[in-house]
Design a protein around this ligand. Structure first.
Ligand code: PNS
Length: 165
């Protein structure tokens, strides 16, 4: 039987997944029967982790949550959401600085697919300053990222650094 219930898609680069992202997923599962974390495959960027690596790390993080699915996508988000029959897109909103970009994306996505709603969620205050970009910078300069990313992410970052060294 195919999985049933309302599906929300949480799209992003997740390079890497932070505890802020985890916080948003855990809030979303209270609102939707299923939440799909969708990792963008963007060939123009040079990510720290490949899309496949990100998917497997995120699957590991949510392995105890049967209603959290993880996959990657390329192309337009609305096409992916349509193909998955999703009801909503979830985006985290940390601060006013996020607003402009998020507002533009939400309205463009609504223009492209009027039936798809974007739902904004605020992470817990302790994660409002977190971003994947800062995590990578701090880590690459020898800073401690414990408590800011899931342990599976921290482990994968150390392994990646070991490989690069
Ligand atoms: O974590 P990010 O990098 O802020 O996520 C941005 C993301 C993946 C949500 C956005 O770039 C996206 O949806 N890309 C897919 C291509 C697309 O649909 N572009 C039009 C968006 S209005």
């Amino acid at each position: 039987m195919p999985p049933s219930g309302r599906l929300a898609i949480f799209p992003g680069s997740f390079d890497p997944l932070t505890n802020g992202h985890v916080d948003i997923v855990l809030r979303s599962v209270h609102l939707f029967e299923r939440v799909q974390v969708a990792v963008l495959v963007n060939p123009d960027k040079r990510p720290l982790f490949s899309a496949d690596e990100r998917v497997s790390i995120i699957r590991e993080v949510f392995r105890e949550y049967p209603n959290v699915e993880v996959d990657s996508f390329a192309g337009l988000l609305v096409d992916y959401a349509r193909a998955r029959r999703a009801s909503a897109i979830i985006r985290g909103m940390r601060a006013i600085s996020d607003f402009e970009f998020e507002f533009q994306m939400a309205l463009m996505n609504r223009h492209l697919e009027p039936t798809l709603e974007t739902v904004f969620m605020m992470p817990a205050e302790q994660y409002t300053y977190l971003s994947s970009r800062l995590i990578k910078e701090v880590f690459s300069l020898g800073g401690d990222v414990r408590g800011l990313v899931p342990s599976a992410v921290e482990k994968a970052m150390h392994e990646k650094k070991g490989v690069k060294a």
